[in-house]
Design a protein around this ligand. Sequence first.
Ligand SMILES: *Cc1c(COP(=O)(O)O)cnc(C)c1O
Length: 349
Amino acid sequence: MHAVASISQSALAHNLSTTRRHSPKTKIVSMVKANAYGHKLDLINPLIENSDLLAVSELSEAKKLRGKTNKPILLLSGVYSNNDLQQAIKLDCQIVVHHKSQISIVNNSSEQVNVWIKIDTGMHRLGLSASEYNECLTLLELNSLINIECVMSHFACADEIDNTMNKSQLNKFNELTSAKYKRSMANSAAILSNTKSHFDYIRPGIMLYGISPFAKEFSYLKAAMKLSAPIMSIKTINSGESVGYGATWTADKKTTIAVIGIGYGDGYPRHAKNGTPVVVNNTICPLIGRVSMDLICVDISNINANIGDIATLWGDDLLSVETVADWSNTIGYELVTGLSSRVKFIDVA
Ligand SMILES: *Cc1c(COP(=O)(O)O)cnc(C)c1O
């Protein structure tokens, strides 16, 4: 009896081909950082096989991914020492330069390197300023061992379609760059909302896993992860009796409760509120009481269910991870990347 995350191979393939249809002329850099947004690098072959490039955040991830594919890998963090550089070259990574201290590290390379220059167009997280970018170009263009593969930037507010930052960042990017080098700007939200941001490489992440980058869901994406867990116990309590730690929920009538074998120790959000939907036998049932480490309780007064029946926590046609995230004051990204090692992962067609 344990929680299971099933990763749908057909959903991954569908989401990638949907992405291609949205932007048929651009190359796709699939974001597989954080163990493929928690879906596990071992279980996302349709993405690995059909993307043009794969991007990871750090060297340890590049190493793991290189064990599975010969596809080009983009290293988003870039390199911080000559040792990093040697490892990145050995792994045949394309290397992001996002800080001026990284320019001389890649520039001292004694081997050919493919570099992506990241500029800051207003998010003020990673990226070179306009003057640093020009300095970087001057230095790297002189070095015949360096191929500037692409110039990239990242949106701060792409999930809010009408946010004025989107236009100002795109304008800044267009001012600073030209078609001399390939360009890349769009994450999932920008891919879906603004074709002017697509340029030469798009960088889809969350949409590949079937999760909407916006507050609203997208019916043409298919959830790749389904999280489920079994009913461990069923009991009936009387009006006035409470459930769970802190006794935060009290029955106002006779209530049948299913105790399900999943909790925050598995990555189910502890902040899920009373009423958060859980699917039991094809019916939405409300979460009651606090989420504990190994267990949650659900009101199943209105349905028939037995010990051993499987409940779905998210990734069902009736219940998206976006909905559960909403009930838990977080985002789908955090829920799917947060499952613990106790959850058993399986791939399904
Ligand atoms: C993670 C990431 C993306 C993908 O973002 P989504 O919102 O998941 O599509 C794109 N670009 C960069 C630089 C990223 O780090």
